[in-house]
Design a protein around this ligand. Sequence first.
Ligand SMILES: Nc1ncnc2c1ncn2[C@@H]1O[C@H](COP(=O)(O)OP(=O)(O)O)[C@@H](O)[C@H]1O
Ligand SMILES: [Mg+2]
Length: 238
Amino acid sequence: MPPIVRVENLVKNYYMGTQTVHVLKGLNLAFDEGDFVALMGPSGSGKSTLLNVLGCLDKPTGGSYYLGEMNVARMTDDQLSEVRSTYLGFIFQSYNLLPQYTVVENVELPLLYQGIALDERTKRRCVDLAEMVGLGDRLDHRPLQLSGGQQQRVAIARSLVNDPHLILGDEPTGNLDTKTSVEIMQMLRTLNRSGKTIIMVTHENDIAAWARRVVRLRDGRVESDTRNDARSVVEMGL
Ligand SMILES: Nc1ncnc2c1ncn2[C@@H]1O[C@H](COP(=O)(O)OP(=O)(O)O)[C@@H](O)[C@H]1O
Ligand SMILES: [Mg+2]
């Protein structure tokens, strides 16, 4: 099977006035379907920039990006937003829920962006997802009435509503305490074991230990690319 994500000589610059900021300096990476990847590296090494490009939220300056068979680097903004809403799910550090909407309404949002009418079936799906992440008794709560961990679980349910090929997370446990982080990682691991491909930025070794593969960036280049062995998972007693 071809990789689900393949980037070749991926370059990303930001232009600030007369200054060019070289952030991604020619990355070559391929991720297989079903993998669970932690992107690590020091602050400023380009992790979020890479995730934003992979998530079609930003365009690369150069190089190629294939998502499955699609050459994403050549797409227009409209095509990119179509790819995002059809193939990708997002989980952010700050949850990015809409405060005026309930749990179920937040989960429904990607369907609205896709122009899918909400009927009994789609509503049922959103309720099922909210129940799956353990929020069956919070369906009508609003984000501010929930803990951080609960808000992130809403975000996970939302990321699944379009049945994405790929889930992208930028420090999904970055605002959570250790115990809640473990709950979120257990949930992501379960999703991965059910077949979802996950690419997640983290700067914490404890969090990266949940992934199958760890890619470290340094100064816009790949510094290392390793697999977590099965033993480290067993040692965590999980
Ligand atoms: N929109 C932007 N404009 C200019 N520079 C940016 C922009 N976004 C990020 N950068 C710069 O790119 C570098 C990498 O940023 P980022 O990808 O956010 O790093 P990380 O997520 O690894 O901390 C940093 O030096 C940052 O200042
Ligand atoms: Mg970042």
